[in-house]
Design a protein around this ligand. Sequence first.
Ligand SMILES: Nc1nc2c(c(=O)[nH]1)N[C@H]1C(S)=C(S)[C@@H](COP(=O)(O)O)O[C@H]1N2
Ligand SMILES: [Mo]
Length: 360
Amino acid sequence: MISPAKRDDMLVHQSEPYNAEPPRGALADDVVTPIAAFYGRNHGTFPDTDAATWRLCVGGMVDRPLELSLDDLRSRFTRHEEIATLQCAGNRRAGLMAVHDIPGQHPWGPGATSTARWAGARLADVLDAAGLDPAATDIAFDAPDVADEADPPQGFGGSIGVGKATAGEVLLAWEMNGEPLPVAHGAPVRVVVPGHIGARSVKWVETITARDRPSDNFFQATAYRLLPADTKDPGPGDGVALGAVALNSEILRPDDGDEVPAGPTAVTGYAFAGEDRTIIRVDVSADGGDTWVQADLDEQLGPWTWRLWHATVDVPAGRTTITARAWDSSAALQPEHPASVWNPKGYVNNSWPAVTVTGR
Ligand SMILES: Nc1nc2c(c(=O)[nH]1)N[C@H]1C(S)=C(S)[C@@H](COP(=O)(O)O)O[C@H]1N2
Ligand SMILES: [Mo]
């Protein structure tokens, strides 16, 4: 078993396969998350890949199928960097589970999201070298880590639309925060799809296939889909495949349950919206939403990153709930209640975040 080399205060939902998130405060200090704090989300055991023998096969609807070694990838294609936030569709699921049980899924808190500086080749350049058929509509990724939860058990995979795949920001990354990509995050090479749910950023990618329809992989066709609340027994194609990350935010500091000195209290959090949307405003309330203060937004490091924000609110003596709400550049506001976004698999809880603190 490969050790993921994480902080020892990670909240581990499962050790094998490794599923863990940092405590919320660990995300508050850096726009680019240290690797030791970066969440880990795995559907199977880390595969036994060897950078020396690893090959990337690019095929399907292309004129010139490719088989590339890591050296080929690094020497034939220009290296690009992209700072991108990954966010699991299951981030903040615990808030939905508090509304109504979601069996068989991890109760992720606010930490199933992190930001890294990724470097690698542009998927667009690799597809160009392979001579992408203009009739292709979807680009599928497949990895060797077998997920027993899939029906039938299969390697992890997924796909994105050809427009996104050729847009330039999607990377085949071998570097994370200036270091060689760790095994836990997909070494030797992972896909990074900025602005889309984490599940599309396939780790340990071995096969890229140009197709005329989305991937049939379990994690594209059956899981990571938004289902109506009353769906009983979802099968392939039910609901809607999740793609772009929805507007979301969280409070990182103070922590839920903290004691804080009564009076002015600093509150820090993150806010993020996928694809072409950016965060334009975050409000914070310490009186159940009667009054709000506008948070200061940190500079956004790039088009694909979350924004950290800071506000000071007056915390009275006794138990108080601090609430936040974010808007994106389409003027969309987060939904207030988790009950209104509850869904059977517990994805995309983007309701207003809250922590309860005691002023002393
Ligand atoms: N091969 C493979 N890729 C994968 C997964 C996986 O289980 N296997 N999990 C996906 C999911 S659901 C998420 S949210 C991200 C998490 O990336 P991280 O573990 O580097 O944080 O990887 C994605 N890529
Ligand atoms: Mo995920």
